[in-house]
Design a protein around this ligand. Sequence first.
Ligand code: FES
Ligand SMILES: [Fe+2]
Length: 361
Amino acid sequence: MKALIKPNEYFQKSTYEEEKSKLFSQIWNFVGFISDFNQVNDFVVSNVSGTPVVVQNLKGTIRAFKNVCSHRHSIIQTTQKGNRPLMCPYHGWAYNEKGIPFGIPKKPLFSFTNEELECLKLEEYEIEVCGSLVFVRTTKNKISLKDFLGNFYPEIEKMSTNFGKLIDVNEIEIKANWKIIVENTLESYHVALIHSETFQKLGAQGLDFVFDKNNSLWDAPVLVKENEGKQAKIYKPYQKRDYKIDGYKHLIVFPNILISSTYGISFNLSHIIPVSEGISLFKSYVFVTKKDDEDKNEIIEKMFEDSLIHFNRKVFDEDKVICQEVQKGVQYSNYDGQLSDEERRVGYFQEKYKQYIPEVL
Ligand code: FES
Ligand SMILES: [Fe+2]
């Protein structure tokens, strides 16, 4: 099968601009975990389809607003995440849970009416939650998060509610278009050469793919079963977990979230955030599932967690290097890409992408 995304769509600025307005503004975008918003005033900032967005717990409800002050345009929450009132750092305008300015220093100097203040409400965006994942959409349309995630909704819900201890957050800049990185995660054809000392050893294999809506899933048996050999001892404390799978599972939440798990014991969520047409931020979270505390062995647990962190980081560094080589290459390619059966999820991703960004003839 021929690839549907043309080489120039990986480096053209105009394609990137189109993606912001026709793709990312239309879909549900992952912005954080429900645990990021436990306390009143906990917030996370995000860039959704080129718009700065703040997602914050305001009086117990999670809300999303454009992160730009209505007074004279400063960014309101200036750090990645934290806990502080929704208050602009420039002149101190404070916003209430509806995004309306309610605390304005030297307020009489403006002589605002209440109606005028309401008109200065921060632009608000829709929020929906699936399991432990929080999503935002910047344009209103009819598709709920449940419809958007389709048949995978229960799987994503179950997987994400079983994310236990967060053991690593790894943020790397990759000099490659976001689609090159997503496509790299959607096929195992590259594993033999790129991950010969890492992922290859897990022995995940096969072509057991499931497709639904914009998303796809790979269910793969692995070489060593969960309770075989040395592993049995490591995994003993996790036996009472809710979510058990036989081997390795990998799914995409279209277009730029990847969730994977081995045995339902370790989980990875990777978020590939476009920064420009040629640069992406790769943010990856590693979790281990909730465990039975009676079976605690801190030394084994620490060794297991360290090896997981090391494994994930090594695999992603290997992918980073090759994705950057692809980014250099696409600028000179005369051919459409070619896709094998092992790359069917890449083809499916491209087909769905084309429904948002059709070919300009
Ligand atoms: S710009 Fe925000 S208070 Fe002045
Ligand atoms: Fe890879």
